[in-house]
Design a protein around this ligand. Structure first.
Ligand SMILES: [Zn+2]
Length: 401
C-alpha cells in the first residue's frame, strides 16, 4: 500500500520514492491497496542496487549461462516443435530475446503478441519486420476493438490506468498460448527487480506466480470492476478470456514457467537497439517520444503516451524519470544529465496522439481533465491557475533538483 506522503528521490538515479512497483493486476483498485512503492537503502533505490550488480562483477555470467543451458537442455525440442515462447511486439528487447534464444541457445521460439490498442506506423512496420527478417514465427492476437476500447475507457475513468487491460492481456496471453501449444517455457526480458520490485523477487530467475496466475476462487477486478459489474457494460467472461490469468493449479499441472532472460544474459538497452536494427531493420520513431528524450522505447502504440501521462498525474513522476533512471543505471548518462532531462521533458503533455486517445475511449476533452484532476493528490500537485488545456494549470510541488 502507498504510505509515504513525503516525496524524495534516489541519490543515484532520478526516481522518486512514489514509484509504484509491479502489482497483481487482477487486484488493482482505486485505493491502490495492492500497490507497493520503491524500497531504498542508504538513499539508493532497489532498482539501482539491482542493476549495479550487473556491472560490478557481483554476477558470474558464465555460471548463469551454464544454469540457463541446464534448464534448456531439458526442454529443447528435438523434433522442430516450438520449445519456448517470447512475448513481445517486435520492439528492440523482444527481438534481442528471440534472437539470442534461437542463435546462441539453439531453441525454437514461438513469438506471440497481444496487439497494441492502435498501432503507430513505425510500430506496425517493426512488428512485420520481426517475422520477416528475424527468423521467428509469430501469433498476433487482436482483441475485439469495441470491447478493448470500452475496457480502456473504464480503466481510465475508474482507476486512471488506461493501460491496465492491455497489461493484463500482454502478461497473460503468453501463458494461454503456452498451454495451447504445450510449451513449458516463457521468456520475458529484464527482471522486475531492475525497475524496482518487492524483496522476495530479488535475484530470482522466474516471475513469481502471484503476478500471472490466480487461485481458484480469487476475486478478479478488471478496470476496477468485478466480472459481474463488467457484464452490465456488455463485457462477458468469454470476452476477457485472454486478458485473465489461468488457475495456478492448471499452470503447475502443465509445468509452465516464466523466466527472465535478463537474469541469465546481460541486457544493455542500447546494444539491443543496435542488434534489432541490424537483424530486423528495426526503425526508431520519426521524432522524439513526447514526455521523454528517446526515440526507440515503446513506440508501437498511440495510446502508450497516456499510460505514462496518467501515471505522472497519479504518482508525480513521468516517462522521462523512468527512462533517464534506466540510462543512469546502465551507465549511459550521469545523474546531472538525468536531472536536466527530467526538468526538460517530464511535464510535457503528449499532444501528438491526444485526439486519437479521446476518440478511442469515447470521451470529450473536458471529461479527460476532470478525470485526471479527480486523481491528483494534494501532497503532489498545486493548482497554479491559468489555462486548463494540456494541464498547464498544474505544477508538481516536489521536483528533483
Ligand atoms: Zn535509483
Amino acid at each position: 500500500m502507498i504510505k509515504s506522503n513525503n516525496v524524495f528521490f534516489c541519490n543515484t538515479c532520478v526516481m522518486s520514492n512514489q514509484k509504484v512497483l509491479p502489482s497483481v493486476t487482477i487486484a488493482d483498485d482505486i485505493e491502490h491497496t495492492n500497490k507497493n512503492t520503491l524500497e531504498f537503502e542508504s538513499g539508493k533505490c532497489s532498482a539501482c542496487i539491482a542493476v549495479e550488480k550487473k556491472y560490478n562483477n557481483q554476477i558470474n555470467w558464465k555460471d548463469r549461462e551454464y544454469d540457463l543451458n541446464k534448464i534448456l537442455e531439458k526442454y529443447r525440442s528435438s523434433n522442430d516443435s516450438y520449445d519456448c515462447i517470447v512475448p513481445g511486439s517486435g520492439g528492440k528487447d523482444s527481438i534481442f530475446q528471440a534472437h539470442i534464444l534461437r542463435k546462441k541457445y539453439k531453441m525454437n521460439p514461438l513469438t506471440v503478441t497481444f496487439s497494441p490498442h492502435i498501432y503507430t506506423d513505425v510500430g506496425m512496420k517493426n512488428f512485420h519486420n520481426w517475422s520477416l527478417y528475424g527468423d521467428v514465427p509469430n501469433f498476433l492476437f487482436t482483441p475485439n476493438g469495441k470491447i478493448h476500447g470500452k475496457l480502456t475507457q473504464l480503466a481510465f475513468k475508474n482507476i486512471l490506468h488506461p493501460f491496465q487491460p492491455f497489461i493484463m492481456g500482454q502478461r497473460h496471453f503468453a501463458s494461454h498460448m503456452a498451454k495451447l501449444f504445450n510449451i513449458k517455457l516463457i521468456f520475458m526480458g529484464e527482471t522486475q527487480a531492475e525497475y524496482g520490485s518487492q524483496k522476495d523477487e530479488f535475484n530470482r530467475s522466474d516471475m513469481l506466480k502471484r503476478y500471472w496466475t490466480k487461485k481458484k476462487d480469487q476475486k478478479i477486478k478488471v478496470a476496477g470492476l468485478t466480472l459481474d459489474e463488467l457484464k452490465d457494460h456488455g463485457i462477458s467472461k468469454n470476452d476477457l478470456h485472454y486478458y485473465l490469468p489461468q488457475d495456478v493449479e492448471e499452470i503447475e499441472k502443465n509445468n509452465i514457467q516464466i523466466l527472465y532472460l535478463g537474469h541469465f544474459e546481460r541486457f544493455r538497452p542500447q546494444e539491443n537497439y543496435y542488434l534489432a536494427s541490424r537483424i530486423c531493420d528495426f526503425q526508431p520513431n520519426d521524432m522524439r517520444t513526447e514526455q521523454t528524450f528517446s526515440k526507440y522505447n515503446s513506440i508501437d502504440d498511440k495510446i502508450d503516451p497516456f499510460h505514462y501521462y496518467t501515471g505522472y498525474v497519479k504518482f508525480g513522476y513521468g516517462r522521462c524519470s523512468e527512462e533517464a533512471s534506466k540510462e543512469i543505471r546502465n551507465g549511459y548518462i550521469d545523474r546531472d544529465e538525468g536531472i536536466a532531462l527530467v526538468k526538460k521533458y517530464d511535464h510535457e503533455f503528449p499532444k501528438r496522439y491526444f485526439n486519437d486517445f479521446l476518440k478511442y475511449i469515447k470521451i470529450e476533452e473536458n471529461e479527460f481533465y476532470d478525470t485526471l484532476d479527480k486523481f491528483r493528490k494534494e501532497n503532489l500537485w498545486k493548482d497554479i491557475g491559468g489555462e486548463r488545456k494540456y494541464c498547464k494549470n498544474w505544477k508538481l510541488r516536489h521536483e528533483i533538483s
